[in-house]
Design a binder for this molecule. Structure first.
Ligand code: GTP
Ligand code: MG
Length: 137
């Protein structure tokens, strides 16, 4: 597929990085298919990250993701899922390559600035979690 799903997480929102991150998406050639500012309830954050339910960090992750506003978006580019995960860098910003979004803007492993879908299947599921048909262009 040529689409992926992303969130600008609460740390990047609070730290004033949302604009420069969206600018980077555009400069890297992604077309914005859908985009909105929203806030996840703890229940919705738990549902979104249900795959990590058994992990020790699940509670912390859900609390963080519901701690403030986020920006959710669907982005389009060739090979979007793989290319986008390369653009954001490793989960832990300390291990992320120079110039990646997490290296530049993330706070820590738990508060790592952005989300990127890990497969075409999940990109579709995650995009559908936030956006209906009328909200996509
Ligand atoms: P996402 O794009 O957010 O899904 O990140 P990822 O695919 O690089 O990582 P993964 O799906 O394995 O983990 C989801 C999120 O859980 C990460 O982005 C982190 O925010 C958080 N996370 C992962 N490992 C840890 C951890 O050891 N401690 C804490 N506090 N959070 C973690
Ligand atoms: Mg993931």
């Amino acid at each position: 597929s040529n689409r992926t799903f992303t969130m600008i997480k609460p740390d990047a929102m609070k730290n004033g990085h949302a604009g420069v991150i969206i600018d980077r998406f555009i400069k890297e050639g992604y077309r914005i298919v859908a985009l909105k500012a929203t806030r996840l309830s703890a229940e919705k954050a738990g549902e979104f990250y249900a795959v990590h339910k058994e992990r020790p960090f699940y509670g912390e992750l859900v609390a963080f993701m519901s701690s403030g506003p986020i920006i959710a978006a669907i982005l389009e580019k060739d090979n979007a899922v793989t290319a986008f995960r390369e653009l954001i860098g490793a989960t832990d910003p300390a291990k992320a390559a120079e110039g990646t979004i997490r290296k530049l803007y993330a706070t820590s492993l738990g508060e790592n600035a952005v989300h990127g879908s890990d497969s075409d299947e999940n990109a579709k599921i995650e995009g559908d979690f936030f956006f209906n048909g009328l909200e996509r262009i």
